[in-house]
Write a new protein. Structure first.
Length: 315
């Protein structure tokens, strides 16, 4: 559905050159839900704007929804949906009129546009607000309206730029449910996000971008197990003895003792834990608490770039 090779974009501002995207390769298969994760300024929106024909690449090439990005941008535009950051819908019109107008813009007849809008309003739980003006909708409802507008023409491929930015936690998880519904109905989705939980909860596959380059790629689980390993942590009154035993766990690394706490990483904490507990018990080590923590996507980012995604986003 997307095949991009060496896609790059430079900007020149006030005599300076910014390499916003430095030659990325992107492959997305039909039916996938792929997340493009990275901190602010990493190059996510620039990549998305190139793939949606809004910005000309400085270098590289891409096939998007079966059309060549450079030689057939109109073909690309016909086959994709794009929901930009922030809400694009106007505030004055009735919600349903806006949606029908958008459908007409895509070339649907008035009846078809109305039928499709009604269907999407049902699916995205907007039917109760169809008669309201868009300005009276909540943030989450507006985002759902934006998404409905982006898929009125039934595109094969939908691009979402930071879909849940600015929403409260409840509206975010509600929106994720709706994005999943669209995905399950067959739409291929490529979204950008700088939220780890969003990428983790929603995406089949994640590409991590930093400073305009892809630094990691894979399913959320494979990325986590590749670079970090589970963190096993326990508290005991005899940490020195416990640490000696922990050091014998097959594949244990990054072993640290801090006060009464012993910590180490191992690729599968859950399967190593029973034999470790037996060994500690045999050595009469009494445990006060035990924890196994799966690695997070932030551990992945930290390992790949040397800084946490949260710090990078605030920079
Ligand atoms: N029109 C422009 N002129 C100059 N520099 C630009 C322009 N657009 C983007 N940039 C720069 O390119 C880099 C990548 O920006 P981009 O908006 O793609 O990042 P992003 O990952 O989408 O960030 P955010 O999460 O904040 O939207 C940044 O350094 C940005 O300042």
């Amino acid at each position: 559905m997307i095949k991009a090779r060496g896609l790059a974009r430079q900007f020149r501002t006030r005599g300076q050159t910014v390499d916003a995207v430095q030659g990325v390769d992107i492959d997305v298969a039909p039916g996938e839900l792929v997340g493009f994760l990275g901190p602010n300024g990493a190059g996510k929106s620039t990549t998305l704007r190139m793939l949606t024909t809004l910005l000309k690449p400085t270098a590289g090439e891409a096939q998007v929804a079966g059309c060549d990005l450079l030689t057939d941008p109109a073909g690309v535009r016909k086959r994709i949906g794009y929901v930009a950051q922030g809400h694009g819908s106007g505030d004055e019109q009735k919600v349903i009129d806006e949606a029908v107008l958008q459908g007409r813009f895509y070339g649907l007849s008035a009846a078809e546009a109305r039928r499709r809008a009604d269907e999407l309003f049902e699916r995205l739980e907007l039917a109760d607000f169809a008669g309201r003006v868009a300005g009276a909708l909540s943030g989450g409802q507006k985002r759902r309206l934006d998404i409905a507008m982006g898929v009125l023409h039934e595109p094969e491929l939908l691009f979402l730029d930071e879909p849940s930015a600015g929403l409260d936690p409840q509206s975010r998880s509600n929106l994720w449910g709706h994005i999943r519904t669209l995905h399950q109905a067959g739409t291929t989705i490529f979204l950008t996000t700088h939220y780890l939980d969003e990428a983790d909860a929603l995406c089949d596959r994640i590409m991590v971008i930093d400073h305009g380059k892809i630094v990691a790629e894979g399913t959320p689980d494979s990325l986590k197990s590749q670079v970090a390993g589970d963190l096993v942590q326990f508290e005991t009154d005899t940490p020195a003895v416990a640490a000696e035993i922990a050091a014998k766990v097959d594949g244990a690394k990054e072993l640290h003792v801090e006060g009464n706490t012993v910590r180490f990483r191992v690729s599968r904490g859950d399967t190593e834990l029973p034999s470790l507990l037996r060994a500690l018990d045999q050595a009469d080590v009494a445990l006060l608490s035990v924890q196994v923590q799966r690695p997070t996507l932030d551990d992945v980012f930290l390992t790949m770039t040397g800084r946490s995604l949260r710090e990078a986003s605030n920079a």
